[in-house]
Design a protein around this ligand. Sequence first.
Ligand SMILES: Cc1cc2nc3c(=O)[nH]c(=O)nc-3n(C[C@H](O)[C@H](O)[C@H](O)COP(=O)(O)OP(=O)(O)OC[C@H]3O[C@@H](n4cnc5c(N)ncnc54)[C@H](O)[C@@H]3O)c2cc1C
Length: 300
Amino acid sequence: MNTPPFDFATPNHPLAPLTLYQVGGPAAWALTPRTLDEARAAYQWMRRQSAPQLVLGGGSNVLIADGGFPGIVLITTGLQGAEDLGGGRSRVEAGVDLGWMVRDVMLPNNYAGVGGLTGIPGSVGGAIYMNAGTNKGTICQLMESVEVASPSGVQTVAMDPSLYGYRGQTFCPPGSLILQGHFRFEPAGEDQRAIYERYIERRAQTQPKGPSCGSVFKNPEGDHAGRLIEACGLKGTRRGGAVISPKHANFILNENGASSADILWLMDLCKRRVREQFGVALREEVSIIPPRRAERVEEN
Ligand SMILES: Cc1cc2nc3c(=O)[nH]c(=O)nc-3n(C[C@H](O)[C@H](O)[C@H](O)COP(=O)(O)OP(=O)(O)OC[C@H]3O[C@@H](n4cnc5c(N)ncnc54)[C@H](O)[C@@H]3O)c2cc1C
């Protein structure tokens, strides 16, 4: 692999501390640009390399393999610019903490949409990539446009409801990089701070504490992954240091020094049991890094 020509490149870079799961090995190279120009240059250079490539935001929805990532990881958390453009419009760079945007941009202005984003960890770029949110709304609904770097260049894409859906979008295919978003917030009719406090409290009551990626699986159409896993009697099942949360069956926690393999083993168990019992194929919401070539569903 070529040595990256940047002063923000580091070899053998630990990834576990950059993820909420706190598991996984290092990246062969990490690029941590501090400005949009550095990020554009880093992305262009990265795309010319043949090594595997990954964009990492706040690390709240990834599971890194114990062997690490044998390629280049572009980490967005140095992209911290945010600007009030007036009239409810804001420019926010990919690495900005989503919680900061909710607390320091949306709440003080009583902008609508706080309910959908309250309590979701990670970066704004990662949230846009995942179209993060809840049944109260998602981040892409609040956006006017997004700047995306892809192998064909850097483009500003006008946001449109046809471009996003449940935990996904089509304007930033895998391998592309969200650099920044432009938001157009609307004033809310109701007090958003009360909504914020209500949802923080609800998460504290319903979600387990400890290192996790939040919901491991997407909800299948018309059902809840957690309900199906619980109905299979899997709550509390352990493997090594990992456990299917007794509080919320769609959370697998790194409770006690779990390995990535422990967590994957429990994920495979959930998928296999739910398929056997209900004929439903669970799909991961968490990004498994590097992606697995074939489904492993053995239970040994
Ligand atoms: C306790 C807990 C609760 C959660 N609750 C919710 C919830 O209610 N709703 C919800 O939707 N999610 C939830 N999540 C999941 C997660 O927080 C969101 O998906 C979050 O938006 C991911 O952002 P991130 O920056 O951490 O992304 P990462 O984990 O860093 O990356 C996730 C994916 O996005 C890609 N990516 C990240 N940044 C970029 C970028 N700039 N450009 C291109 N691709 C990028 C990565 O390659 C990866 O595929 C929860 C997670 C936890 C731990």
